[in-house]
Ligand binder design. Structure first.
Ligand SMILES: NC(=O)C1=CN([C@@H]2O[C@H](COP(=O)(O)OP(=O)(O)OC[C@H]3O[C@@H](n4cnc5c(N)ncnc54)[C@H](O)[C@@H]3O)[C@@H](O)[C@H]2O)C=CC1
Ligand SMILES: O=C(O)[C@@H]1CCC=N1
Length: 265
């Protein structure tokens, strides 16, 4: 049996990608195999998505045209050993934070490795993925990898040196935005709004603001000036955010995540 996609490590990121690719009908369930060490997780995959499952990484890799590695960086040492010698015809894609192409190519030599950094909104076709190529990836393989991730969001191809920065901003970004949404909802509740209404307001405000910035090519400073009436409510709110150091805190969040990615490499 040959599969078009083999996923090594079906956790949160592996699930998000497979869900997005299935929803976009890039693959059918019969074209995907997921390798996972835990039987209950394999059962979940088989029951929920109808994909093939295996408890053996070399078996899954040998049967797949594309091998997507989605284990934690700390779990890669074992997976690298499992993949050694397997399936020289496949393309290998790693989504591991911090783990360099040099590390991937040393662990599993002689294979075309793509280093990808997607984020979890791929499952609703709003992902942001950056790709960097290892030395053995051919032009058609590059084009194919771009098409794959484009099916579930936006794609940029970057030098590998940018990938830890991408990870810190876009890979981890959904976590930061979720914290912002949560805080805005709590703020709405604080001033007397029902939680369900506050949730709707917070989500649509973040979504609408991002769309406005993107579609009108506005700078954040221009958008902020449009909202900020002289002596009005927005200036009062923004003064509070600046006094609390929110701008610096967000910058430092990206910097700390970047430094953590460097250590994972
Ligand atoms: N969660 C996220 O938002 C993002 C995660 N990533 C990267 O994706 C990778 C996975 O992250 P998550 O999905 O969040 O972690 P996770 O812990 O949810 O998934 C990893 C999965 O791999 C399985 N696993 C462990 N050892 C294995 C082995 N030897 N063979 C096969 N499977 C094995 C685990 O049981 C687990 O289900 C990480 O390297 C992370 O840096 C990248 C972008 C975003
Ligand atoms: O937190 C992490 O390490 C992973 C990488 C980017 C998002 N989640």
């Amino acid at each position: 049996m040959t599969y078009r996609l083999g996923v090594i490590g079906g956790g949160r990121m592996g699930s998000a990608l497979v869900a997005g690719l299935l929803a976009e009908k890039i693959y059918t369930p019969a074209e995907i195999i997921i390798s996972h060490p835990r039987p209950e997780r394999r059962q979940f995959w088989a029951d929920t998505y109808g994909v093939g499952v295996s408890g053996d990484n070399p078996t899954a890799a040998a049967a797949s045209q594309v091998v997507l590695v989605a284990v934690k960086p700390q779990q890669f040492a074992q997976v690298g050993l499992d993949l050694q010698g397997s399936n020289p015809g496949a393309v290998y894609i790693s989504v591991l934070a911090g783990t360099t192409l040099a590390t991937l190519e040393t662990a599993v030599p002689g294979r075309p490795w793509v280093r990808a950094m997607p984020n979890t909104p791929v499952q609703v076709r709003s992902g942001m993925t950056a790709l960097a190529w290892g030395g053995q990836v051919s032009e058609p393989q590059q084009q194919w990898a771009v098409q794959l991730f484009k099916a579930v969001g936006q794609v940029v191809c970057v030098p590998e040196t940018y990938l830890n920065g991408v990870t810190a901003l876009a890979g981890s970004g959904p976590g930061y935005v979720a914290l912002l949404v949560e805080a805005l909802i709590d703020g709405g509740v604080l001033v007397g709004l029902p939680r369900a209404l506050a949730t709707q307001l917070a989500l649509q405000t973040i979504l609408g603001t991002a769309q406005l910035l993107q579609q009108q090519s506005l700078s954040p400073a221009e958008l902020k000036a449009q909202v900020m009436s002289p002596g009005g409510t927005t200036s009062a709110g923004l003064l509070c955010l600046e006094r609390q150091g929110v701008r610096g805190a967000l910058m430092q969040a990206v910097q700390s995540a970047y430094q953590r990615a460097q250590t994972l490499g």
